[in-house]
Design a protein around this ligand. Structure first.
Ligand SMILES: *Cc1c(COP(=O)(O)O)cnc(C)c1O
Length: 376
């Protein structure tokens, strides 16, 4: 058996909608399918404003511009995250203050936040790892107390909730990814969500090369011009057509992923009960969007040993982030503050294959090879 880590799921409508977009003769950004996607997100999740972007990375870069991040500003985020979370702010001159993960979850430990807030702190960027929510009540109350902005990196968190409210709707703004490894995909794509109305008008301008073309097309102004800095952050309507085909099937995609996630959890639980591994712990008040299924092993040797055992058997689990405070680019900028939990997740976390078309017998096979490894 040969089981990859991920296989992109296609609903079958993608090419049909792409053809329609192409034949509509309006294939640049903000066409019909882009509008349908924006409406879908605003209606389903109650986001004030949804703006498709060419990636979550781009959405994060837009957020950094919108917050007027300047040289010397400090931005707080977990070290255990993807490079774009930090890079977007570094591009504007920010210093990144990395904080540690929790002992029982890769999400950042909000109890450490107030220790690192200074007069230069401008924003907090929580990352909802594996689509499981950070403690947003605590983060928003600390942010309000210190007058800070919050940008949720919700790249993995589509269709997940905290206290019954969708992730991405708590921060001043939030960012999502539709990269082919995420739950809902379009190859490369993303979205910036604006919850604080003050940012909407400028977000549209930054996304349209610094011009007020969006207002012009709505007939709100009679000519458009260069208003601000910006770039070309909007995707072609061909990409949005792909994405819309996926959104129509979101219920089916989510319920299939949850079935696979729950099967892994229940069949591997006895290994956790015997103290052999640690399974994902859903934080209080969170729903699970089954973005990824991870296990924490004892140490880096055992983790690497497990990965090669599985690969010898044709299964391709993978590790995840190399903590950013240890990265070649940021190590000396970070300084000597220790982040032991983040280091531990770097060394011991593995992700199992989880994708829509994963078959029952393949899941059984992965589970039995995993149990064999820990039993021997
Ligand atoms: C996937 C991911 C990103 C980047 O998304 P792109 O759409 O590939 O730019 C950023 N942050 C996190 C936490 C991610 O998982």
């Amino acid at each position: 058996m040969e089981i990859p880590f991920n296989k992109p799921f296609l609903t079958g409508k993608e090419t049909k909608y792409i053809e329609k977009a192409v034949l509509s003769q309006k294939i640049c950004g903000d066409g019909n399918y882009t509008k349908l996607c924006h409406e879908f997100f605003e209606n389903r999740y109650g986001f004030k404003k949804a703006l498709l972007t060419t990636s979550c990375t781009d959405a994060l870069e837009m957020a950094a511009i919108l917050l007027n991040i300047q040289k010397g500003d400090e931005v707080i985020m977990p070290s255990y995250t993807f490079v774009s979370t930090a890079n977007a702010f570094v591009l504007r001159g920010a210093k990144i203050i990395f904080i540690d993960s929790m002992k029982d979850h890769p999400n950042m430990d909000v109890n450490l936040l107030e220790d690192v807030i200074t007069s230069r702190t401008k924003a907090i960027v929580p990352v909802h790892y594996s689509g499981m929510a950070c403690d947003m009540d605590k983060i928003m109350s600390i942010a309000n107390k210190h007058n800070l902005f919050v940008v949720e990196d919700a790249a993995q968190a589509i269709d997940a909730c905290y206290k019954g409210k969708p992730l991405g709707s708590f921060g001043h703004m939030s960012t999502f990814s539709f990269h082919e490894t995420k739950n809902i995909i379009c190859g490369e794509g993303g979205m910036l969500v604006i919850n604080d109305e003050r940012f909407i008008e400028r977000a549209e301008i930054i996304r349209e090369k610094g011009t007020n073309r969006s207002q012009f097309y709505r007939g709100e102004v009679n000519k458009y011009g260069w208003m601000d800095i910006g770039s070309s952050f909007l995707p072609s309507d061909v990409i949005a057509a792909f994405l819309y085909a996926q959104l129509e099937k979101i219920e089916e995609i989510q319920s299939k992923r949850k079935i696979i996630w729950n099967k892994y959890y229940s069949d591997l639980k006895h290994l956790e009960d015997q103290g052999l591994i640690q399974l994902p712990k859903l934080p209080r008040d969170c729903s699970n969007n089954a973005h990824l299924f991870y296990m924490i092993l004892k140490n880096v040797e055992e983790r690497n040993h497990y990965l090669s055992h599985m690969r010898e058997n044709g299964v391709n689990p993978v590790f995840h982030y190399l903590s950013l405070h240890r990265s070649p680019y940021y190590e000396d900028k970070h300084g000597s503050r220790e982040l032991p939990e983040s280091d531990r997740y770097t060394e011991t976390l593995v992700r199992l294959p989880l994708f829509f078309s994963l078959q029952e017998d393949e899941i059984e096979y992965i589970i039995s090879k995993t149990i064999n490894f820990f039993k021997s």
